[in-house]
Design a protein around this ligand. Structure first.
Ligand code: NI
Length: 167
């Protein structure tokens, strides 16, 4: 397993709609293992393939931060089918290090997700997991969490982000 370089805010890979995963291959298996390793190394909760330069509808989530293998989730061509309620919490992204902001998300979401074998399953996420589903699926649509804010706040965040990159 290898820790992969994570692309950051402004990179074109983070701005486009990714393509669906086709047949599962050993290369994808390796990519997913590396993505889990990278998530752990960066102390994140999840990582989407576009963040490592692969524009496929593929992401990994581990809300246990490496503590519990049963909590490792692989998202393949995921789609949100239903949302319920509202939660408020602080969100961050490995592609925008140092920036954490309060963001409203649904309390509970249901997604349609593909398995490696090609079957479709429904997954349900609440609280932190619901937030992770939304965040990672946004990445697959070319959307970063800071894009939920208006232009004024976004440019403040951008300046803050660039300033700390230099510092
Ligand atoms: Ni992110």
């Amino acid at each position: 397993m290898a820790v992969l370089p994570v692309l950051t805010w402004g990179d074109p890979h983070l701005k486009i709609n990714s393509a669906d995963v086709g047949q599962w291959t050993p290369e994808l298996e390796q990519l997913v293992a590396d993505m889990f390793e990278t998530t752990l190394d960066e102390e994140g909760l999840g990582l989407a393939a576009p963040q490592v330069g692969v524009n496929l509808n593929l992401a990994v989530i581990d809300c246990s931060c490496g503590e519990d293998p049963a909590q490792q989730i692989i998202l393949i061509n995921p789609e949100i089918t239903r949302e319920e309620g509202v939660q408020y919490g602080t969100e961050g992204c490995l592609s925008i290090p140092g920036i954490r902001e309060e963001l409203e998300r649904p309390q509970k979401v249901w997604i349609r997700n593909r398995t490696k074998e090609g079957a479709w399953v429904e997954l349900e996420g609440e609280d932190l997991l619901a937030r992770a589903f939304c965040h990672e699926i946004d990445h697959l649509r070319g959307r970063l969490f800071v894009e939920y804010f208006g232009p004024v706040k976004r440019s403040v965040l951008q300046r803050k982000y660039q300033k700390q990159l230099k510092g």
